[in-house]
Write a protein that binds this ligand. Structure first.
Ligand code: AMP
Length: 223
């Protein structure tokens, strides 16, 4: 799909709970590209109680999207900080048609556009199960699932940090996030399909299985 693994420009696309964050953490090392995660950018501002964090927090707690006029600037600033030839992995952005068009416009002023949009495809019942049993590391943001018996994990398996349940991973906000995803984000599939850069990857199975499928879809399989 792309000529070089080193400078791929990717979007990880999919509903909340599809595994974008988990796959993104693996891919950024496997492909040596920086990961830009819109939700983490907002959570950083929320923790630091910046004006932006206070504004975004109101939307996030309810499972709503932060308005485009805030989101586009904060994410595009990060993308445009990179050298023009550098690759990147966008996780959680774009989520609206406006955001996708803003990304297209900014990239078309640079050397080239996106190489691939990887859609991690997971059915709703599995998303609800995963999100309601998800614990996030306060330090490195890595997501963790509850045990088969529904017990919360104690510490982050990557860095030993403290785990917590995100406010928007509680039942009401989960339902809202899925509804917002279907209304505002899902239509982007058509947008990227038309550009012939959409890779549809089944997101059920182990982290390693999904990772193998993603690499294969990118033409960067492990042989
Ligand atoms: P996430 O960690 O990707 O589930 O994002 C957490 C929350 O941050 C979302 O529910 C939104 O409120 C906000 N957010 C993250 N990315 C975006 C985006 N591209 N557009 C609007 N809001 C976003």
């Amino acid at each position: 799909m792309a000529e070089s693994n080193l400078s791929l420009r990717l979007v990880l696309f999919g509903p909340p709970g599809a595994g974008k964050g988990t796959q993104g953490q693996l891919l950024k090392d496997q492909l040596s590209i920086p990961q830009i995660t819109s939700g983490d950018l907002f959570r950083f501002h929320l923790r630091n109680e910046t004006e932006l964090g206070k504004r975004a927090g109101e939307f996030m707690r309810q499972g709503l999207l932060v308005p485009d006029e805030v989101t586009i600037d904060i994410v595009m600033d990060k993308v445009l900080e990179l050298a023009p030839e550098e690759g990147f992995l966008l996780d959680g952005f774009p989520r609206t048609l406006n955001q996708a068009e803003a990304l297209d416009a900014a990239l078309s002023e640079r050397s080239r556009g996106l190489d691939s949009v990887v859609f991690i495809n997971v059915p709703d019942d599995e998303l609800i199960r995963r999100l309601s049993g998800r614990y996030t590391c306060r330090e490195c943001q890595a997501p963790h699932g509850a045990s088969e018996e529904g017990e919360a994990p104690k510490k982050c398996s990557s860095c030993g940090g403290e785990l917590y349940q995100r406010e928007d991973d509680r039942a009401e906000a989960i339902a809202k996030r899925l509804e917002v995803y279907k209304e505002e984000t899902l239509p982007l599939l058509g947008f990227y399909e038309q550009r012939r850069i959409l890779a549809d990857v089944p997101g059920l199975g182990s982290v390693e299985e999904v990772n193998g499928r993603v690499l294969e879809a990118l033409g960067a399989g492990r042989g």
